[in-house]
Design a protein around this ligand. Structure first.
Ligand code: HMG
Length: 387
């Protein structure tokens, strides 16, 4: 029985900072950000777009095509949680009127969490054929103003429906996992920004890629030339490019070109949005599907990395007619119609986003009609509304 991705919804907030503006404001050569880091723009979430609101928006995109009687599981993957106890998924469930009898919870392991959700969802569908699972990854990456990590911030969400006979990607059997308790990136309780050992995190990412890719190839007896493309967790596009260079070492020209072309297509959305942590790998997959020209049966490799650290390599095959399930026009419009912030405006929004919300507060949203947003808090309970 094929199990995999049947729907993908994507949301990123309506504001961005241009990397040339940021480089100029930070006295850096713009090419360091554009080429050295590989980012063009960075999405900025204002206080009305928290992880929950973005997750609702990504899910609302395809909700009218879901058979809610089949839905049995809803998992929310995030490292930008809004509560130490209650699952973000319960807010989504209420906003979108999802059935009361589903199992639902939040899950965390840095940027690996949405992959954890995907594997749990796949096992759930395997055990409960004819049932489906919804998984959401939603995050705001915050390192702080004037930090080395600032250029690798971003915000956004991906929501996916996992079911049997999927319309987009059928997951293949097998996976290679690797974990170690290390301190490359973490966010202690009470800190609104991540702590990071940036250069070390870069090395560990590549070590974990080598380890899991080698193990996956050995386990499945596949060779690099069997892949039409490989999608990576993209904290910034240059990071994935470094892993890509390792993957194509010693390959024939045709394989190297195919994987290189598809890498660039998979990085298109990330160049515009920045790091969306848990959902970043899945935004790369969406970018390749919506900007590339894949054929039914093409095999795509997936490298998932979450700091701390946990990595996994796995793969899937593109399903015949997958294009009919995608909404590239909607996503391209969403990216094009964003407002370009001045660096000062971005700094104000960023600084406001670090503050704890008062017990009672109300917010207005400047997002498009139909967008879900955080409308405020009453007695420390967050309230979400649709514009
Ligand atoms: P940095 O120290 O400012 O930058 O921090 P650098 O000096 O290392 O330079 C970056 C690149 O720009 C280099 O290229 C330079 O040569 C190049 P590379 O050697 O890497 O190929 N460069 C230029 N290129 C063209 N023209 C120029 C120029 N100047 C320099 N004029 C760093 C960079 C990524 C470390 C920093 O931004 C950071 O700490 N970011 C956050 C951490 C991060 O993203 N780590 C990635 C791996 S960990 C991960 O993926 C997990 C994560 O998503 C979290 C989670 O799991 O939840 C982060």
């Amino acid at each position: 029985m094929d199990i995999g991705i049947d729907q993908i919804g994507f949301y990123t907030p309506n504001k961005f900072v241009d990397m040339v503006d940021l480089a100029n404001a930070r006295n850096q050569d713009p090419n360091k950000f554009l080429i050295g880091i590989g980012q063009d723009r960075m999405a900025v979430a204002d206080k009305t777009q928290d992880a929950v609101a973005m997750g609702i928006n990504a899910t609302a995109e395809y909700l009218d095509q879901v058979d809610l009687e089949q839905l049995g599981l809803l998992i929310f993957a995030t490292e930008s949680g809004i509560d130490q106890s209650k699952s973000a998924s319960l807010f989504v469930k209420e906003a979108l009127n999802l059935p009361a009898n589903i199992r639902t919870f939040e899950i965390k392991e840095a940027c690996f969490a949405l992959t954890a959700a995907l594997q749990v969802a796949r096992d759930y569908v395997r055990a409960h054929p004819h049932h489906s699972a919804m998984i959401i990854g939603s995050d705001i990456a915050r390192y702080g103003l004037n930090t080395a990590g600032e250029v690798t911030q971003g915000a956004g969400a991906i929501s996916m429906l996992i079911k049997e006979s999927p319309a987009i990607i059928a997951l293949e059997d097998g996976h290679a996992s690797y974990s170690e308790n290390i301190n490359d990136f973490w966010r202690p309780n009470g800190s609104p920004v991540a702590m990071v050992d940036g250069h070390y995190s870069r090395d560990v990412y590549l070590d974990f890629f080598k380890e899991t890719f080698k193990e996956y190839l050995a386990q499945t007896k596949l060779t690099v030339s069997d892949f039409a493309g490989i999608c990576y967790h993209l904290p910034y596009t240059k990071m994935g490019f470094k892993a890509h260079r390792i993957a194509i070492q010693g390959q024939d020209e045709e394989t190297a070109k195919r994987l290189s072309d598809n890498f660039q297509l998979s990085a298109k959305y990330s160049r515009q949005v920045g790091n969306i942590y848990t959902a970043s790998l899945y935004m790369s997959i969406l970018s390749l599907l919506e900007n590339g020209d894949l054929e039914a049966g093409d095999r795509i490799g997936f490298f998932s990395y979450g700091s701390g650290a946990m990595a996994e390599f796995f793969s899937g095959k593109v399903v015949d007619g997958y294009q009919r399930r995608l909404r590239p026009g909607l996503h391209k419009r969403m990216l094009q119609e964003r407002t370009r912030l001045g660096v000062g405006q971005y700094e104000d929004i960023f600084t406001e986003g670090l503050e704890n919300l008062p017990e009672n507060v109300e917010f207005e949203s400047d997002a498009n009609h139909g967008t879900w947003f955080l409308a405020g808090q009453e007695g420390y309970v967050r309230k979400y509304q649709q514009k």
